[in-house]
Design a protein around this ligand. Structure first.
Ligand code: ATP
Ligand code: MG
Length: 283
């Protein structure tokens, strides 16, 4: 049997296939506030393929973090269903690693210890200490931070803290990597470096990624699809743009690529012409 026939047979045995690795159906999110209910998200429908890189983009306050937190299982939808690997998302799970915007490292632990703690929580019951240490060191090495293993968060730069946060999420070998503006607070050069590192890491690990970003260039450079959200309240997915640029992607070569410019202007057009006034729309 040829590899393609084998693949076809495997897919036909699993009719759902890998096309719906994450599946979000008719999700609605309502927050109870002191002023009454706040309708954050409506009619969210999205299917993410295994190994796909998705970015969520939209104006501030539209509900990107709310959606990411739902996929992480940190909050529960008011209605609708969320599935990961064909099982309902019922809470946080090591199959879904989260990188928060503010890295959220424990300040009294070293970089090594911050990662080790997560590794121990996930693999501690089944693996010995040597194996756990190996996993921790591998994760540090993946993000190029072996030299900083003994440093505490207040002794390293913002970019390094972000890298520890990414290493901690990768160390638990999540099937899905969920990232909320992981490079938002960084200078342009560090950001570019980490984007390139992330592309290499994801190519190696084949993880499925959902990442929130404000940055149009970041979205085009990294994504297979860009999910563009309308303004809130009651925000939803306005449009999804497939980015069909070959991988591996090189930022310098891409900057000259006519198709890159087209994708970029399609996102800009959505954000600044069609969804240009978040405050007015919300009023
Ligand atoms: N726990 C909460 N209780 C009440 N309202 C909330 C809560 N969390 C979020 N919201 C509201 O839901 C909306 C979406 O918030 P969210 O944090 O998801 O936006 P966002 O797109 O991530 O914005 P930003 O780009 O600024 O991070 C906002 O109007 C916010 O005020
Ligand atoms: Mg947010």
């Amino acid at each position: 049997m040829s590899p393609s026939e084998h693949m076809a047979e495997t897919l036909s045995k699993d009719p759902a296939g890998d096309q719906k690795y994450i599946e979000i159906n008719q999700v609605e999110m309502m927050f109870n506030t002191r002023k009454g209910n706040f309708h954050a998200l409506r009619d969210i429908n999205l299917k993410v393929r295994k190994g796909e890189f998705i970015t969520l983009i939209g104006h501030s306050g539209c509900g990107k973090s709310t959606l990411l937190n739902l996929i992480a299982g940190l909050t529960e939808a008011t209605s609708g269903t969320l599935l990961c690997a064909h099982r309902e998302i019922a809470g946080p799970s090591p199959e879904r690693g989260v990188v928060f915007q503010n890295h959220s490292l424990l300040p009294w632990l070293t970089c090594y210890e911050n990662i080790y703690l997560a590794v121990e929580r996930v693999f501690g019951a089944t693996e010995n200490k040597t194996k756990l240490q190996k996993r921790t060191l591998q994760a540090l090495s993946l993000v190029g931070l072996m030299h900083a293993e003994k440093k505490r968060p207040n002794e390293i730069s913002g970019g390094m803290k972000q890298r520890v946060g990414i290493a901690r999420a990768l160390a638990i070998e999540p099937k899905v990597l969920l990232m909320d503006e992981p490079f938002g607070a960084l200078d342009a050069l560090t950001r570019a470096h980490l984007q390139d590192e992330l592309l290499k890491i994801v190519a190696k690990t084949q993880s499925t990624v959902v990442m929130v970003t404000h940055d149009v260039d970041e979205a085009v450079l990294l994504s297979d699809r860009i999910v563009m959200m309308t303004n809130g309240p009651a925000a939803t997915i306005g449009e999804i743009l497939s980015v069909k640029l070959e991988r591996p992607r090189d930022r310098v070569a891409l900057s000259q690529h006519p198709q890159y410019a087209e994708y970029r202007s399609a996102v800009l057009e959505f954000l600044y012409h069609r969804q240009s006034h978040p405050a007015r729309d919300a009023a």
